[in-house]
Design a protein. Structure first.
Length: 78
């Protein structure tokens, strides 16, 4: 459980790489600056792909939480 409360949740569980990252990028484009997005993913590669993309794109990684059968990656749009 994260201390971050998402404004928007993107459920990409079950999608293979690079689906979850593509879903996140699509959502980031539609939300306002400062919005907290929770990406739910079962794709272990997302734990590397998402932070790499965030760094390049200039957004903020808030947290990665292992929920047991999936991960929640919390992102703040810059």
């Amino acid at each position: 459980m994260s201390e971050h409360t998402p404004d928007v949740t993107v459920d990409a569980r079950g999608a293979g790489c690079p689906g979850p990252l593509m879903d996140l990028i699509g959502k980031v484009k539609t939300v306002d600056e400062g919005t907290v997005i929770e990406l739910q993913t079962t794709e272990s590669g997302s734990k590397n792909d998402v932070p790499e993309w965030l760094e390049k794109a200039g957004h903020e990684l808030l947290d990665i939480v292992d929920e047991g059968d999936y991960w929640s990656i919390y992102v703040r749009k810059a």
